[in-house]
Design a protein around this ligand. Structure first.
Ligand code: BES
Ligand code: MN
Ligand code: ZN
Length: 489
């Protein structure tokens, strides 16, 4: 598993500046104000920082941005990274600055002079998230990253605040690893084994095998995996850190370890991206890991449907009719609309077994949400304004884009079937909404529910602020905060 970098904290030591190896990061506050370390670096470099702080270049910098001064005379360091960041900078800007430093780091040692920065823990957290690298399958050139040290006025407080972030960073790295893994490695068996290994952290983990799912009547989920050599599974992860017997929050994830489209096969171009079609399950796993690591005082159950969507002689055909666990019959028009089939059965099972006080599902469900919202926002669908608003605030506070989309019975006619109760596609118009309306058939009216369509945000083709290209871990921070704010006593 990829682990977050270790960051150490110590008192500001002005005498360490001249001889520090690697890179030194210095904050420049509002109006170009230098702190004690800044003044020392300025003196050693014969006024270089003061000249920079006076320049147009500095004026044009946004909060949280960095500029680097290479091979400065007067210092042993190979570079000084100048960060525009006031000591009262926002959480977002502090994280952004930390991320910029991680990106600039390369393999060098880094000494970050945080001084009296209020959100210094967020700077370190941003650094950790952006330092993620998935290089498991690179066989050459993998020197380790250098040491990362932060000097600050209250290093003990900062270390304590950072420890609370460590659980979150580890959960996010876990999600990213799962999403980045190729499908020949992360099979349904392998995925389930990685989740079972979390029992060591105090999670209760159960694996429902095909025979169990058959008994429960999850024919809709099973129809997706029946063309694959990998067995379908549902994994149930329970974290009971809250009041004994209190109804849990249920998190449900789509875990299609590879989506070829099945008999309604996808075009070759870009099909390799469908290794990330288990992104929803990856987020559920990352959140459960974080909750266990930080011993959250809440009852949360995570359920993931793990299947592989393959074409073969045993695969589901377009036109097949299957019966869901709920009893609703479904005509499968397009075997590539498989995520809703998996989720429908797991959502129903989650409610029947756990009577959750709330339920949130995550899925890389539709290409249409990528057309609608791009890679900036996940689509948010809900039957309950209160839980939805709480989620949207949590996502906003964590800088994770989320945008509510409409639902209404008017869309139901698009998924009426001629021969069964419903069909699994509604054509091109409102593709993400008809998918949400399909899921809603498996949600009880009394269950406050959110569906997050993360097809555009789970995985990106170019670097974002807090992650290199590839898996982002979108949603782990927002859900962890929602749980901390609304589900912990
Ligand atoms: N996994 C895909 C959705 C997807 C597309 C995720 C692009 C990430 C990027 C999903 O199973 C799918 O194939 N959806 C179809 C539904 C259609 C057949 C109704 C789609 O969006 O084209
Ligand atoms: Mn599909
Ligand atoms: Zn899919």
């Amino acid at each position: 598993m990829t682990t977050p970098p270790e960051i150490t904290f110590s008192e500001t030591d002005l005498d360490a500046i001249a001889t520090a190896p690697g890179r030194i990061a210095v904050l420049i506050g509002a109006e170009g104000k230098l702190d004690a370390v800044g003044r020392r670096v300025n003196k050693l470099t014969r006024g270089a920082l003061a000249r920079f702080a006076d320049s147009e270049g500095f004026e044009k910098m946004k909060s949280g941005e960095i500029r680097s001064l290479a091979f400065p005379s007067g210092l042993a360091a190979e570079a000084v990274d100048l960060i525009r960041l006031d000591r009262r900078a926002s959480v977002d800007d502090a994280r952004k600055a930390g991320a910029a430093l991680a990106k600039a780091q390369g393999k060098a040692d880094v000494l970050i002079a945080a001084g009296t920065l209020l959100n210094a823990a967020d700077l370190a957290f941003g650094f950790a998230l952006r330092a993620y690298e998935f290089d498991l399958y690179k066989t050459k050139d993998k020197p380790a990253r250098g040491a990362v040290r932060v000097m600050a006025s209250k290093p003990e407080d900062l270390a304590a605040a950072s420890a609370a972030y460590a659980a979150l960073a580890e959960g996010i790295f876990f999600t990213r690893d799962l999403v980045n893994e190729p499908a020949n490695v992360l099979t349904t068996d392998d995925f389930a084994a990685r989740l079972a290994a979390m029992q060591e952290l105090g999670l209760e983990v159960e694996i429902l095998e095909e025979a169990d799912l058959e008994k429960l009547g999850m024919r809709m989920l099973l129809s997706v995996g029946q063309g694959s050599a990998s067995p379908s599974k549902v994994v149930v992860m329970q974290w009971n850190g809250g009041e004994k017997g209190a109804a849990p929050l249920a998190l449900v994830g789509k875990g299609v370890v590879f989506d070829t489209g099945g008999i309604s096969i996808k075009p070759a171009a870009g099909m390799e991206d469908m290794t990330m079609d288990m992104g929803g399950a990856g987020v559920v796993a990352g959140v459960m890991r974080t909750l266990a690591l930080r011993k959250a005082k809440a009852n949360v159950v995570g359920l993931v449907g793990l299947v592989e969507n393959m074409p073969s002689g045993t695969a589901t055909r377009p036109g097949d009719v299957v019966k869901s666990m709920r009893g609703v019959t479904v005509e499968i028009i397009n075997t590539d609309a498989e995520g809703r089939l998996v989720l429908g059965d797991v959502l129903w099972y989650a409610q029947e077994r756990f009577k959750p006080s709330g339920m949130i599902n995550l899925a890389t469900l539709t290409g249409a949400i990528v057309i609608g919202l791009g890679h900036e926002n996940a689509g948010v669908f809900s039957n309950d304004d209160a839980i939805c608003d709480s989620f949207l605030s949590a996502a906003k506070a964590e800088g994770e884009g989320a945008w509510r989309m409409p639902m209404s019975p008017a869309y139901d006619k698009l998924i009426e079937s001629r021969i069964a109760d419903i069909k699994n596609t509604g054509g091109r118009p409102a593709g993400s909404i008809t998918a949400a309306m399909f899921l809603k058939r498996f949600v009880k009216d009394e269950t406050p529910w959110i569906h997050l369509d993360i097809a555009g945000v789970a995985h990106v083709k170019s670097d974002i602020t807090l992650a290199p290209k590839g898996a982002t871990g979108w949603g782990v921070m927002a859900l962890n905060r929602l749980i901390a704010d609304k589900f912990e006593g």
